[in-house]
Design a protein. Structure first.
Length: 104
């Protein structure tokens, strides 16, 4: 149930234009300071995961690994995406809360 909530929140963020996706746009959002939370797909390449771990660590942006590229893309109404960045603080907090609840 929590899993559906995460994807529903991502869909809500996409409809409100509070999400960017794809490596280039996500990286740009992190560098510009507009990213509140980055989510990288579990099946993303090791290079992609390392890139975002390093960038998010440097720019102090929270990063989580969750879902597949297919699921992330579907949730925001796009083709498969390896990474998404939420740009709204409230939505980012809600998604983070639900993802942390899934881990426990």
């Amino acid at each position: 149930m929590q899993q559906n909530k995460v994807y529903a929140l991502l869909g809500l963020a996409a409809r409100g234009r509070n999400v960017v996706s794809g490596e280039f746009q996500t990286e740009t959002a992190v560098k510009s300071g507009t990213a509140e939370l980055v989510i990288v797909a579990e099946d993303a390449s090791d290079n992609t995961k390392k890139l975002f771990r390093d960038k998010c660590s440097y720019y102090e942006v929270p990063i989580l690994t969750y879902g597949t590229k297919e699921e992330l893309g579907h949730a925001i109404g796009k083709v498969p995406r390896a990474s998404v960045a939420l740009t709204d603080a409230g939505l980012a907090k809600a998604v983070k809360k639900h993802l942390e609840a899934l881990e426990n």
